[in-house]
Design a protein around this ligand. Structure first.
Ligand code: TYM
Length: 337
């Protein structure tokens, strides 16, 4: 299995990108690319359709997400950037792994329970099988490290279980047991309206999240109106323990400023939110405005975006296809050589 690191991660093109996606995922993806690690990033359009997507909006969201990756600093010369449906190995390996995973394992997935809601019977079969396709995404590349936010941890544990069961059932040492990389201060960016809920593109309240395409005024307004308690910021970090909303804003500041929550508290301990919130708003605007401007510039040339992800898909397929072929062989399928 070799000692080389290979990073894989994916983001769904199911609406706009949030600050949670950026700080918890894409910003860290760029850092891994900059560290010189082999990095493969996928726009998971097949995952997006596990819930209804309007076709024109899906196409737009796919390009917008690609623009987000590029604007954030993903360099197609150093990372592979592509959309999932262009590399057929994902769906094909997804089927094989759906035959390895057990219904009982999938029944435990909290994300399915959240997304399916009360009417489980009306959820798509794809939504239930979702984590087996996610395992295929990762295992089709023999990826070793998967940077994600906290909410994907259970899916990655399932990926490990699937890899182990495949290896055991077929008596091979083929699929690596992946390491989740859930690191940094922004692995769980919370809603601006409720510090117990994660910031999410599917939250009905737009005030609960910052979207990367929000303009400066909107960003400032959302931060100004973010829910907090009436106390000033504490003098030490453990003073944030039972203050979810305050802790969230401090963490967001730290992630945007590339520093630690300790350093933020060292600067702002004792400050009222009437001081801290404008400072955070300025920082957020300074960091996000160039990003959204670059996304808008890239979106003006959709053909160029399509070309970039098609070239990425070709490179991705060159890695995944031989692994898929070996998988078919292990399983006992006859293939032309
Ligand atoms: P998705 O599209 O929901 O989110 C993309 C990435 O953003 C992270 N994230 C957050 N991080 C911190 N705070 C938040 N509030 C927040 N919201 C989202 C997510 O943890 C994720 O890393 N199942 C995946 C996509 C996927 C995938 C994969 C990931 C498909 N195949 C293979 C890794 C490897 C998902 O729905 O992410």
């Amino acid at each position: 299995m070799g000692g080389q690191k290979r990073v894989f991660s994916g983001v769904q093109p199911s609406g706009g990108l949030t600050l949670g996606n950026y700080l918890g995922a894409i910003k860290r993806f760029v850092e891994m690319q900059e560290a010189g690690i082999e990095t493969i990033y996928c726009i998971v359009d097949l995952h997006a359709i596990t819930v209804w997507q309007d076709p024109a909006r899906l196409r737009h969201a796919t390009r917008e997400l690609a623009a987000g990756f590029l604007a954030a600093g993903i360099d197609p010369a150093r990372s592979i950037l592509f959309n999932q449906s262009q590399v057929t190995a994902h769906a094909e390996l997804g089927w094989i792994l759906a035959c390895v995973a057990r219904i009982g394992w999938l029944n435990r997935m909290t994300q399915f329970k959240d997304k399916a809601g009360k009417n489980r019977e009306a959820a798509s079969v794809g939504l239930f099988a979702y984590p087996t396709l996610m395992a295929a995404d990762i295992l089709a590349y023999h990826a070793t490290h998967v940077p994600v936010g906290e909410d994907q941890k259970q899916h990655l544990e399932l990926t490990r279980d699937i890899a182990i069961k495949f290896n055991t059932d077929y008596g091979v040492d083929f699929f690596p047991v992946v390491e989740p990389v859930i690191e940094g201060v922004a692995t769980r960016v919370m809603s601006l309206r409720d510090g117990t809920k994660k910031m999410s593109k599917s939250d009905p309240s737009d005030m609960s999240r910052i979207n990367l395409m929000d303009d400066a005024d909107t960003i400032a307004k959302k931060i100004r109106k973010a829910r907090t308690d009436p106390e000033p910021l504490p003098g030490a970090l453990d003073g944030l323990k039972d203050r979810a909303e305050a802790r969230n804003l401090v963490n967001i500041y730290a992630a945007l400023a590339d520093t630690t929550p300790e350093a933020v508290i060292a600067d702002y301990g004792g400050a009222a939110f009437s001081t801290f919130k404008p400072a955070l708003a300025d920082l957020a605007v300074a960091r996000l405005e160039p990003l959204s401007a670059e996304m808008a510039r890239l979106m003006a040339d959709p053909a160029e975006i399509d070309r970039i992800i098609a070239a990425g898909a070709e490179k991705a397929a060159a890695i995944a296809d031989p692994i898929l072929n070996r998988t078919f062989d292990i399983v006992g399928m006859i293939r032309a050589r």
